[in-house]
Design a protein around this ligand. Sequence first.
Ligand code: HEC
Length: 147
Amino acid sequence: MKHNKKIFGLAGAGMITLMLSTQALAHGDVTPQAVDTAGLESLGEEWLDQNPYGEDHEKYALAVEIGESAYNQNCARCHGLEGVSGGIAPDLRFLEPGIDGDEWYQYRVVNGAVRDGRVYMPKMAEHLSQEALWAIRAWLETKYVEQ
Ligand code: HEC
C-alpha cells in the first residue's frame, strides 16, 4: 500500500479505486488491498464488541493513520472517498460514536449486506483483519458528523 502511494500518489490510488468500483458493484466482488497493521497489538480471532483503539489507546494515532489508508483502499469505492458518500452506500460519517456505533459497525463488516441473494456489501471481515477493521472504525470516528 505504501508502495502504491509512492508510485501513484494519493490521487492516483483514488482513481484506480474509482475505476474498480463499477465492477465491484456489479458482482459484489472485492479486490481487497492488504493492510499493514504492524505496530498495532494483535487482537486474536474472536471479534471484540468494542473498538479497542479508542482515543485513550497508546497507539490511537497510528490506528487512525492505518485506518484512513485502509478505508480509502477497501471501502471508499462504495462509501466514498474520505468517508463522504456519493450515494451508492451509506455515509459512514453518520455512524454513532462509541459502543453503539461499534456494535453496528462490527455487525456489518462481519456479515456484509445481502438481500434477495444480491451482495450489497461483501463480508469485509473475510478479507481484512480485525485490527485493520477497527483501525478503520477509529479513523471514521474522527470524521463523525452529527445528523
Ligand atoms: C461493494 C460495495 C461496498 C464495499 C466495498 C463496502 N461497503 Fe459497507 N455497505 C455497502 C452498502 C450497499 C451498504 C448498505 C447495506 C444495506 O442497505 O443494508 C453498506 C453498509 C455498511 C455499514 C452500515 C452503515 C449504516 O448506516 O447502516 C457499515 C458500518 C459499513 N458498510 C462499513 C464498511 C466498511 C468499513 C467497509 C470497508 C472495510 C465497507 N463497508 C465496504 C457497500 C459496501
